[in-house]
Structure formats: C-alpha cells, structure tokens
Design a protein around this ligand. Structure first.
Ligand SMILES: [Zn+2]
Ligand SMILES: [Zn+2]
Length: 500
C-alpha cells in the first residue's frame, strides 16, 4: 500500500522532473570520464521470477536457465517447475509449452542479443544497465525531453501509465480496493497521443524536436548544408541514416525516427512495393499506405515526411488508423479550429514537399477517425500497402479481420513485433487465422521474420526474461504480392496441421 499511496501523491512534475534530473546527472558524470558503476547510476528494472512473479531481492539471487540464459528465476524450485510443467492457463485452454520445449528456440533468440546490444552501444547515449536493459526514460531525460503533454514530438503519457490502451486494466481495477487510487494517478498523468495536432499550427522542427540544432533531422532546411543528398539506394542501418542526414551519433533522433524508418523498411525491403529508384522526374509514382494501430506515432506524425525524402519522385498518401486516431478525432470535435478538426480524408492533417534537390516527393498524411478499426474502403484508391508497428497480432483480436482481408484482397501487409518468440508464434499461426476466415493461407516460410535494423535502440525493460525485446524489433511479412496462396486441399490441411 505504501508504494501505491506514494504513486497517488506523485505529480507529473515530480516524476518527469526526477527522471530528467537523474538523466542529466548521469550525462554530467559521463562527461567527466567518471562512467559510474555505483548503484546511484543504475537504472535497472526490478528482476522478477518468471514462474512465481516474486521480486528477486537479496538474499535471493537471480538464477537463469543455464542452457539458454533467457528466463529469470528466484531459485531452483521455480526453474525445475518451468522446465517440466506448462505455465498455468485459463481453464479450458490448451496448456502452453514448457521451457524444455522452448529452450532451444530461446537459445537461438538469445544469440541476437549481441547484434541488438551492439547497435545500442554505437550511440554515445546508449547505455546498458547492469541487468542488460536500456532505460529509454533516462536516455530522454539526459536531453531534457522527457515529459508529458507539451514536450513536442517527445510528448507521451510516461510515468506509471506508458501505454495508452488501458481498457483491460481499467476493468480489472474497478473491482480492486486500490482502483480509485490508481485511477487518480492515471488521470494526473493522462495525455492524448497527438495532442499537438489539436493546436492550430504545426510545430516547427525546433519546437518539435527540442534538441540542440546539430542534433535535428530538419524537414524545413535552414541552409543547403543541412539538406540530405538525393537518395539513390536503400538505406539499411542507423549508421547509413545518420550519415545521410549529416547527424552525429550523439543525436537521440533514432529514438523517435524508429517508427517512420520502420515504415520505410517495411515498404521498401520487406514488401518491396516501391524503392528509391522506382520513379523519376518524368515518371512520378503514386503510393498509398495505411498505417494501422497508431498510438505514440500520433505525437510525431510530421516525422513520417521522412518517407518523402527517402523515396524521390513519389506522391505519397499516408492514412493513419487505430483507436488513438479515433480518440484524437473525437477530441478535435471540441476544437473546431484545430489542425485535426480541419482535416479529413481529402484534406490532409499534414503535408510536405521535399526540396527539388531531394526528388520533390510529396506526402499527405490523413487521420481516419470514423471508427477505431481499419476500413479498407476508407480511401477511394485501394492501399498499396498496410503497415503496423509493434502490432501484437495474436495479442489483439482486432487484427484478425485485417489479416483475413489483406489475404483475400492480396494487399501487401507487414508489421513489427517486439520479440522474436512472438514473431515466430505469429508466423506459425497466421495460416490458422486466415483459414478461419475462409481465406487461403500462404506457406509458413512466406511469413518471413527478420531483425529490423531500424528498431528503437535498446532492450525494453522486461523484468522476467532476457530475450531480445525491442520496439520495432522484428519485421514480419503478412502478405506480399509475390507470395502465392496455398491451393491444394492437402497443402492447406498440412499447413493447419502444423499448428498443433
Ligand atoms: Zn520463483
Ligand atoms: Zn533455457
């Protein structure tokens, strides 16, 4: 109860201010060459046993599976239980796999840690905590861009309620004796994703990024030397992007640019619906993209104009769908002079034209607010691609009709997932989802999983295990136009039989 009452009395100013102070103190210590090893500068998460959910504090020591090093246990008893018995499931459902069954795959997943940790460590602000997690909050704090509404593109809920989809939690809390206390804290930290679009004018590059000028990937270039060169081949890493953008790796821009760059990756590399040399000054290319399940993306929608710089001679329409989009459009009804209220599916909420030296592409961004779900007929021109970041295909039922419709209409569709284990679960079970809707699945191999070079650097602070788990960590192809549906009944049957 102690921590709960202190949560309720914590103001956003105290919370955000505290993190910013800690982040800046860390940056100052590093600057002096005093890379701190003390506990004062350790922003690890409280490690928790993945079996009994007990916090592991002294005298208990963190125990990990000796074969894969992934799951975290409080002791031998829990480790043995995890190895032999499936974790408890709701009554009537199929028991999940035991760790014995998952261990070889987890060992393979753990081999990716080196790559992901290496990407993080290539940034001067990229610091692994003692438990091998990355503190996104502290990283923003050191640049003074951690806070709720009113912190430009960095605006977010943060604090004790980082995720906007809290419907389930609210219904659980209704029956909890602490519900009222927690709801009070929720209200204090509330933030509408995309709140800046409820204003009458867009933020400038400087107002949005709130960073020193050398760290900004400008869209409206203050001088020719800030302008990136015409793109002639696809970019495949943060290093290539920073170089092209003429930014030092000291800039934390990757922390936000992961979302637009991931959309670029999905379109160009995973789905191959277009590319940097697909169009020319004489032969422009139209491209319509539906971005589904958007939440945090709404806080920095103009940053998706990066697509216009990356894809020369394109005319891009980007339509944003999701419950966050609907919430924003609903909120805008009370603000008739806001950017959102004045926008529609024919009038973009934001538009941008790249300089002629960069290929003069145009992008028009629209927000779909009629419902929280995707509507394939929202735009007159059918989408060339559907994309979603951190989709959680098997965590949210809302994806089922989208997956089925994309297969039925053969619309290219790709998403990202946080963890390889969930990506593999998705890939292995997509066929079942498609068949359930009467559609024809693709071969499992065509639901390709890859590491995403434009993941948000840094391991998410997951207290239960150490499997790579990152924002936009892994890409999965759901439908690619070159893929062929399974046609024979035996192929269909075997693909479904594979699903256990
Ligand atoms: Zn335990
Ligand atoms: Zn293991």
């Amino acid at each position: 109860m102690d921590s709960l009452s202190s949560l309720a009395s914590l103001t956003p100013e105290q919370f955000f201010g505290g993190v910013t102070k800690a982040g800046k103190a860390l940056a100052a210590a590093e600057k002096k060459g005093n890379v701190p090893k003390t506990k004062n500068f350790d922003f690890s998460v409280q490690e928790t046993c993945c079996v009994c959910q007990k916090n592991i504090t002294p005298p208990l020591k963190v125990l990990r599976c000796s074969a894969c090093r992934a799951p975290i246990y409080c002791g031998r008893e829990c480790a043995t239980k995890h190895w032999k018995y499936p974790p408890p499931q709701p009554p009537g459902s199929i028991p999940g796999p035991t760790h014995k069954e998952l261990c070889p795959a987890n060992k393979r997943h753990m081999e990716r840690r080196e790559y992901y940790d290496g990407v993080l460590k290539s940034f001067p602000w990229g610091r692994l905590e003692s438990d091998a997690t990355f503190s996104f909050d502290i990283a923003r704090g050191r640049f003074g861009v951690f806070g709720g509404t009113g912190t430009g593109y960095w605006s977010h809920r943060g604090g004790p309620i980082p995720h906007s989809n809290r419907g389930v939690m609210e219904s659980m809390l209704a029956s909890s004796p602490y519900g009222a206390t927690i709801m009070k804290a929720f209200a204090a930290f509330d933030h509408t994703d995309g709140a800046d679009l409820l204003g009458a004018r867009h933020l400038t590059d400087v107002q949005g990024w709130k960073l020193e000028p050398a760290f900004l990937p400008y869209l409206n270039f203050p001088s020719a030397d800030k302008r990136p060169a015409l793109v002639t081949s696809a970019l495949n890493s943060w290093d290539e992007w920073y170089q092209w953008r003429k930014l030092p790796k000291e800039s934390p821009a990757a922390l936000l640019m992961s979302f637009p760059m991931t959309v670029y990756r999905l379109l160009v590399h995973c789905l191959e619906v277009t590319g940097p040399t697909e169009a020319s000054a004489d032969k422009r290319r139209a491209l319509s993209v539906h971005l589904l399940g958007a939440e945090v993306e709404l806080n920095y929608l103009p940053l998706f104009a990066e697509l216009a710089l990356l894809l020369p001679y394109h005319d891009i329409q980007l339509v944003v769908f999701g419950s966050g989009a609907e919430t924003l459009v609903t909120a805008a009804k009370k603000k008739p002079s806001s950017l959102v209220a004045k926008s529609s599916l024919t009038t973009p909420v934001y538009d941008y034209t790249a300089p002629k030296e960069c290929g003069a592409s145009k992008i028009a961004i629209h927000i779909y607010g009629d419902s929280p779900s995707w509507s394939p007929s929202a735009t007159t021109r059918p989408p060339d691609a559907l994309v979603a970041c951190n989709a959680g295909i098997f965590s949210y039922r809302e994806w089922e009709p989208v997956v089925q419709e994309a297969h039925r209409r053969d619309i290219p569709f790709a998403v990202t997932e946080y963890a390889e284990q969930s990506a593999e679960h998705t890939s292995n079970n997509l066929g079942m989802l498609v068949a359930r809707g009467g559609g024809r699945p693709r071969k499992v191999e065509e639901y390709t999983i890859e590491t995403n070079p434009f993941h948000r650097p840094g391991q998410r602070p997951i207290p239960l295990y150490r499997l790579p788990n990152l924002v936009n960590g892994f890409t999965i192809v759901v439908v690619k136009t070159s893929s062929t549906p399974l046609t024979t009944m035996s192929e269909l049957a075997s693909s479904i039989a594979d699903l256990d």
